[in-house]
Design a protein around this ligand. Sequence first.
Ligand SMILES: NC(=O)c1ccc[n+]([C@@H]2O[C@H](COP(=O)([O-])OP(=O)(O)OC[C@H]3O[C@@H](n4cnc5c(N)ncnc54)[C@H](O)[C@@H]3O)[C@@H](O)[C@H]2O)c1
Ligand SMILES: CC(C)[C@H](C(=O)O)[C@@H](O)C(=O)O
Ligand SMILES: [Mg+2]
Length: 354
Amino acid sequence: MKIAVMPGDGIGPEVTREAVQVLEALSLPGLTLFDADVGGMAYKRHGHPLPQETLTMARESDAVLFGAVGDPDCDGLARHLRPEQAILGLRKELELFANLRPAKVFPGLEHLSPLSPEKAAQIDMMFVRELNGDVYFGDKGTRIGADGSQEGWDMMSYSEKEVTRIAHVAFRTARAGDDKNRVTSVDKANVLETSQVWRDTVIKAAAPHPDIALDHMYVDNAAMQIITNPGAFGVILTGNLFGDILSDLASAAVGSIGLLASASMGERQSAHGTFGLYEPIHGSAPDIAGQGKANPMATILSAAMMLRHSFGLEAEAARIEAAVAGALADGIHGGDLGGTHGTQAIGEAVRERL
Ligand SMILES: NC(=O)c1ccc[n+]([C@@H]2O[C@H](COP(=O)([O-])OP(=O)(O)OC[C@H]3O[C@@H](n4cnc5c(N)ncnc54)[C@H](O)[C@@H]3O)[C@@H](O)[C@H]2O)c1
Ligand SMILES: CC(C)[C@H](C(=O)O)[C@@H](O)C(=O)O
Ligand SMILES: [Mg+2]
């Protein structure tokens, strides 16, 4: 079991360190970890946010554990050299088109949510976010517009092929998940042609999945209903941009972005299972970087997702999740949850409860 660890920038190394120690504490036979450079730190060291050696290491691994990338010092660089290109490049180059982002309130931890305890208890949704297409990867540029001023443009598109494959992931995820057996496809088909193709294609892709209830919702309404009626959602199938935004929104409903994990999967199989990249949904948090304040739970839970999805180690994944839930229940809360525990203390508290 070869894992490429890519800590990245800002709080990335801080939270990744704790997750790696959780993995090591499990003493899994045959587990080997290799570090690789990504993001702004890789740009500073190698002149590129996603050096070829890093990509090669990812290709030769069974899974990737990713921290976060992003560095305000790099915001003025040409776009292809910015830290964020590391994660975008890995997702694209490795064909990791399916991003699973669970948003769930652990039972008994409803008080961490800003929603009422009754509403918070209903939060148990899984985002299935398309990760290789949309406005993220279309042509883009700047030009002088008709009025003589500079304008930026980004091309948004989705093909039937791209939508079909992610839709099938969503239907299969709904079937394997909780008992809701429900997919809500989120789009903006009232305005965007991209979304009309998305919606028409999702309807066609649903045909072989008659056991799964499918409905469609506009993204603006979805943003509202995730807060007002979270229990209505099981699997939320959506595109790259809407999924990015809605998953941060859902993290706030759960209690903090420092709690939400993710798995990015494709079709490649390793000797142990499906290759995947695992990362918290948050970024490099430059505002708290280097201060030992970041909550590592999202990254630790991402490591649990790795054990489940890439290594078939369900019991070990559940052990990590129970340890995180136990630490939270015992009041081990970072600043993001209004507590005082630092990154290392949270990591230690989770390890003690394994
Ligand atoms: N996958 C990624 O690597 C990824 C994801 C999102 C943003 N980014 C990048 O990160 C940089 C900062 O972006 P941003 O500020 O918009 O988003 P962010 O997620 O880094 O931070 C948003 C807010 O949440 C807080 N926060 C985030 N993670 C936390 C944690 N684990 N514990 C406690 N608090 C936490 C931050 O302190 C900040 O106030 C940018 O360069 C952005 O492009 C990278
Ligand atoms: C850093 C950025 C490219 C990334 C995205 O937009 O996908 C991030 O926000 C995320 O949610 O993983
Ligand atoms: Mg995001």
